[in-house]
Design a protein around this ligand. Sequence first.
Ligand SMILES: *Cc1c(COP(=O)(O)O)cnc(C)c1O
Length: 243
Amino acid sequence: MHAMNLAENLAAVQQRIRAACQRVGRDADSVLLLPVTKSQPPEVVNAAAALGLSIFGENKVQEAKAKIPLCSDRLRWHFIGHLQTNKCRDAVELFEMIQSVDSLHLAQELNKRAEQAARRMPVLVEVNVAGERSKFGYAPERLLAELPALNALPRLEIRGLMTVPPWSPDPEKVRPHFRRLRELREQCEQILGAPLPHLSMGMSGDFEVAIEEGATIVRIGTALFGPRPPARRAAAADAGAAD
Ligand SMILES: *Cc1c(COP(=O)(O)O)cnc(C)c1O
């Protein structure tokens, strides 16, 4: 990926974010563009940082642990993938926010690790809005039932909800799922008696519709960085075969 393309892609995405905000009377500052750098090397992260981006998303703890020390140290990181309990300690060290809390068990482990690290951990709760078998995330009914227990964990700050809805080539088909997450947030706010500021929803193919439905964080990979390089595991396997 050439730095020039990255600058152009970023300008185009930012323009599309502004236009989507304008269509629904929102302030463009109310949407955080979270560049997703999974499978991208540190040089790409640093090129994006040089263009003014400062918060990045990663979906694997191992990859982030190797990459983050090679990137500018003024960057902040959000975790957006499925988190295993045995990676919570590293996650608490590496990330400013965990967007993908998907069970009470995981939340309890994060709470414990945050306490050991003497910090508070802002989190989003991931919701499987369409009940897809292949995806992680809370079923909406289960979230409503467990929300008080999640909220009682003293080291976690629940800041909102996140979802990865079913993919469709037609973003309008995804709109009802974004709307569902917004409605679920309202129900959660009523249970908690407190506002939940964030809705993390919308990716390269559908972020404008997500913004129209209230997204405050859009997680964008390919629209900024182009197609992802092949997975590291495949690259390692190739290297092994060559030996
Ligand atoms: C990869 C990923 C994204 C970004 O996807 P693009 O379609 O490349 O924009 C967003 N959210 C999550 C959870 C991801 O894993």
